[in-house]
Ligand binder design. Structure first.
Ligand code: PAF
Length: 279
């Protein structure tokens, strides 16, 4: 496994092959868990070279404390990546990516960016768009893999690729969960024992909401979820919305032929957790 910090060295390595390569790319912010590893396993089936980037991207954090406290476990990440047969890891510095201008570009994602996470995390998706576009320019992947836990991010990246004709295939991968249902996330390691024990309530409630959505209106299901969280002694609901998978607009009425998802953001103490479920 090769680890590169510099763009020039990474590109030299990637361009140095005579045979045509299919590059599978998994951008990450490190603190790798089984969810990331499942993306890598999928990429290995579909590509002959696997590139993983580890970069905690400052421009996508609306909350400075979250950025400072974001788990950084590079040594362990590299061991994990080596053990599952990753070929190349890119671990750039902030200067390598942004130079002296640590700022994000402003994007128009046709309104996808104004829903849900966009309402609560100012500038977040401009930061994500900026880093992912930059990484695509650098790595020039054939396929790039993103988890559905960040479903809005996945749709936004698909939109960015489509609008800018970026030659990469975006592959969405199912949410990987702990045995008790909690969606895997690097932030889970920051949960205290008390909040960690409470957190599976999120997915349990999503599953019940899915059942209810079969014969109840979206409005009623949303109301029910809100009530459930109001009664919970520890978890604080930030939002629960039922939205169209394509437009991410929250719906008033179900229409035949459309696919819907329930999207949720919850505070477990200081830690903000998100999840979603296909309805
Ligand atoms: O999902 C993430 O970990 C990040 O948003 C990403 C895609 C690596 C961009 O920094």
């Amino acid at each position: 496994m090769f680890v590169f910090k510099k763009i020039v060295a990474l590109q030299k390595y990637l361009n140095n092959s005579d045979s045509p390569q299919s590059i599978g790319f998994i951008p990450t912010m490190g603190a790798l868990h089984k969810g990331h590893l499942s993306l890598i396993e999928k990429a290995k089936e579909q590509n002959n070279i696997i590139v993983v980037s580890i970069f905690v991207n400052p421009t996508q954090f609306d909350n400075q404390e979250d950025l400072v406290k974001y788990p950084r476990t590079e040594e362990n990440d590299l061991k994990l990546l080596e053990s599952i047969g990753c070929d190349v890891v890119f671990t750039p510095s902030s200067e390598e990516i942004y130079g002296t201008n640590l700022a994000s570009t402003s994007f128009n994602f046709d309104g996808l960016e104004h829903q849900m996470e966009g309402k609560f995390r100012d500038g977040h998706f401009d930061g994500v768009g900026t880093i992912v576009q930059r990484l695509f320019e650098i790595v020039k992947p054939t396929n790039a893999y993103f988890g559905e836990k960040d479903f809005q991010q996945l749709q936004i990246i698909k939109k960015m690729v489509e609008k800018n004709n970026i030659p990469v295939n975006i592959v969405g991968c199912e949410i990987y969960r702990e045995e008790d249902g909690l969606a895997m996330s690097s932030r889970n390691t920051r949960l205290t024992q008390e909040y960690r024990q409470a957190a599976p309530f999120i997915y349990k409630t999503l599953k019940k909401a899915k059942k209810k959505f079969k014969n109840k209106s979206a409005k009623k299901v949303v109301k029910w979820v809100k009530k459930k969280f109001k009664k919970h002694p520890l978890l604080k609901l930030e939002y629960f919305e039922i939205a169209d998978e394509k437009t991410l607009q929250s719906i008033k009425k179900k229409e035949k032929g459309n696919a819907y998802r329930g999207f949720i953001a919850v505070f477990a103490g200081e830690i903000r957790l998100i999840d979603n479920i296909a309805l």
